[in-house]
Design a protein around this ligand. Structure first.
Ligand code: HEC
Ligand code: HEC
Length: 339
């Protein structure tokens, strides 16, 4: 019944197979920009400058069920590294037994967003992490901090990273630092852009030209992050009995003109993050692309930028082939969660 058991097993394995200093999320390379993302700036919280020690600590905490209310669910339960930190489910169940109303998104490149969550209600990564800690895994920060304080390895690691012990603030800062280190670039597409002519196949190159031209995807899925980081209504979920109003919500953008609008998701690593859309309603990438290329789902608030592009089946295949070249090279090793 314990969903986190495989992680514990993995962690033990990792602990046996690597010397303790290796397998970090980047060490001194923590600020190195991946190929393709050289020109984009990470968000920076002045209270939480990025360091390798914080990111490494956050990597362990992300996999540690001690943070949760029940003591059994880690962040990684829904954000699995091999699926670009998604979980393959349309909607996942939280620590309190309730089911989410939205699909778990990738953690890759979240360090580049000022506004997070599908509806933009989180202002900044630290705010998002604290909210996820409380809502997804029913975390009670003070109780969790007390639990972590009893673990020798954590006591040392928090001191090294922050000069102080576990607390709501230091846990949040460590998790956010880890997430800022998950940068996805250096994909086949990035290598092709950088001049390696054979990095992507001809079908993918045709898909690239469609994406940037006739298919109009570039308007919202703007390179290099493949998102404009803003909110659009493309009609997903609009036919539900009680549609999700998305970014229009009072605690989000509080803007009625954004009814049913959601954050443009990045298309980097899209081949690994099925099912698709904010409600996880579409199982295959090809079907998701087809829906977008045919203009989304009509509704009174639909974004006029999204049009039916009249693409052929062969052109849809080319778009898919292109999107498959956007899987990045994100160095990652499962951590050893301290005992
Ligand atoms: C039970 C599944 C589940 C668990 C466990 C979980 N999340 Fe999530 N996460 C989600 C879902 C679902 C969303 C999207 C919610 C929304 O947008 O309304 C999300 C969104 C996020 C986002 C926003 C990403 C973006 O692009 O906007 C971040 C950051 C995040 N989670 C971090 C965490 C952290 C840190 C933890 C552990 C404290 C955690 N999550 C635990 C399901 C989960
Ligand atoms: C008007 C802006 C806009 C345009 C143009 C656009 N998209 Fe999107 N796309 C979005 C938004 C917003 C979503 C999320 C919608 C939701 O879940 O409610 C999305 C979702 C997606 C998804 C699912 C991503 C995920 O992680 O679930 C794919 C795949 C996709 N779009 C591909 C394309 C392709 C291919 C094109 C060009 C044919 C395109 N889009 C054009 C805004 C746009």
């Amino acid at each position: 019944m314990n969903r986190t058991l495989p992680w514990i097993a993995l962690s033990l394995l990792a602990a046996c197979s690597q010397d303790s200093a290796a397998g970090t999320t980047g060490g001194a390379d923590i600020l190195k920009r991946p190929l393709g993302l050289e020109g984009v700036e990470l968000t920076n919280n002045p209270d939480n400058p990025l360091s390798a020690a914080k990111a490494e600590l956050g990597r362990q905490l992300f996999f540690d069920p001690r943070l949760s209310g029940s003591g059994t669910m880690a962040c990684a339960a829904c954000h699995l590294p091999e699926q670009a930190f998604t979980d393959g489910k349309a909607l996942s169940v939280k620590d309190d037994g309730k089911t989410n109303t939205r699909n778990a998104p990738t953690m890759h490149n979240v360090g580049y967003y000022e506004r997070l969550y599908w509806d933009g209600r989180a202002k900044g990564l630290e705010a998002n992490v604290l909210a996820a800690w409380k809502a997804q895994i029913a975390g009670k920060p003070d109780e969790a901090a007390a639990r972590l304080s009893k673990v020798e390895a954590y006591k040392t690691a928090f001191q090294q990273a922050f000069g102080e012990g576990p607390s709501e603030k230091t846990v949040v800062h460590a998790l956010a630092s880890f997430l800022r280190s998950l940068r996805s670039g250096d994909s086949a597409y990035d290598r092709w852009k950088a001049g390696q002519k054979d990095a992507i196949a001809e079908a993918a190159q045709k898909g690239h030209d469609l994406f940037m031209g006739k298919a109009g995807c570039i308007v919202c899925h703007t390179p290099p992050l493949f998102t404009d980081r803003i909110f659009h209504n493309v009609g997903i979920g609009s036919t539900a009995e009680k549609p999700d109003i998305g970014a229009a919500a009072e605690n989000a953008l509080n803007d009625a003109s954004r009814t049913g609008a959601f954050k443009t998701p990045t298309l980097r690593d899209i081949a690994k993050t099925a099912p698709y859309f904010h409600d996880g309603s579409v199982a295959s990438l090809r079907d998701a692309v087809k829906l977008m290329a045919s203009g989304g789902i009509a509704n009174p608030h639909k974004d006029p930028l999204l049009l039916d592009r009249g693409l052929t089946d062969a052109e849809i295949d080319q778009l898919v082939a292109f999107l498959e070249t956007l899987s990045g090279n994100v160095p990652f090793t499962a951590p050893a969660v301290p005992k």
